[in-house]
Design a protein around this ligand. Structure first.
Ligand SMILES: C[S@@+](CC[C@H](N)C(=O)[O-])C[C@H]1O[C@@H](n2cnc3c(N)ncnc32)[C@H](O)[C@@H]1O
Length: 209
């Protein structure tokens, strides 16, 4: 069973609503373009560079859009899509549930340790959560991702370097340097910060072995 962090409860309703409005599409998980969603996947998947046969947890998988991206890589894939939102997991099962080597769950306790754990977009929407509480949640979630992965983790977040006039109160803008430092000190010595791809976010790639 999941014990959902209290800061996430309002978000659950938010994701249910946008999925109901827009269906299994980038808009239905809060992204405003397919191109940006795919660009983010490319940055995150640099953690898999040079690897062929891998197991991957997609932490906050939405409707599973990362799965076809991963399947296009050479080699075997064991994919675990995890999302707190039951409606997202139902949508993912409709899209991809019958594919071999594919598992979807809303239950964190069902996840095995995998080679890699990847998360796209889970730190962006905070709604009305206090920024300090959201920061604590973010760091705890990075630890959780690391506990699930043998070889590496990768995630993205909106950047505190975003233009001030574009910032919104319902979004969380993490300090890339703080997150880099946290990962370096708490997760692994091998950390990359990617902040050169013309979106208002950054990607952290951590290699653990
Ligand atoms: C912005 S959407 C992105 C979905 C997908 N990663 C993509 O890029 O298409 C974030 C998703 O992560 C899920 N999520 C956010 N925080 C989560 C958490 N701590 N545990 C599990 N799921 C989470 C939400 O329910 C939502 O479906």
């Amino acid at each position: 069973m999941n014990t959902l962090d209290p800061v996430l409860r309002p978000l659950l309703a938010y994701y249910q609503t946008i999925l109901a409005s827009h269906g299994a599409t980038p808009l239905g998980v809060g992204w405003n373009s397919v191109k940006a969603q795919q660009l983010r996947f490319g940055k995150l998947c640099s953690v898999l560079e040079g690897e062929a046969n891998v197991s991957v947890i997609d932490y906050g998988c939405g409707y599973g859009a990362l799965l076809p991206y991963l399947r296009a890589r050479p080699g075997d894939l064991d994919y675990w899509g995890y999302d707190m939102c039951g409606a997202m997991i139902e949508a993912a099962k409709v899209e991809f549930g019958n594919e071999p080597g594919t598992h979807f769950t809303t239950d964190r306790a069902e996840l095995p340790r995998a080679d890699y754990c990847i998360a796209s977009g889970i730190f962006s929407f905070k709604l009305e959560a206090d920024p300090g509480a959201w920061r604590d949640y973010m760091l705890a979630t990075i630890d959780d991702m690391a506990s699930l992965a043998k070889c590496g983790i990768a995630f993205n977040a909106l950047t505190s370097y975003s233009d001030p006039d574009k910032k919104r109160d319902d979004l969380y803008y993490a300090d890339p340097l703080e997150i880099f430092d946290y990962c370096k000190r708490h997760v692994s010595r091998d950390v990359a910060l990617l902040h050169d791809y013309k979106l208002f976010d950054f990607t952290i790639v951590v290699r653990m072995s």
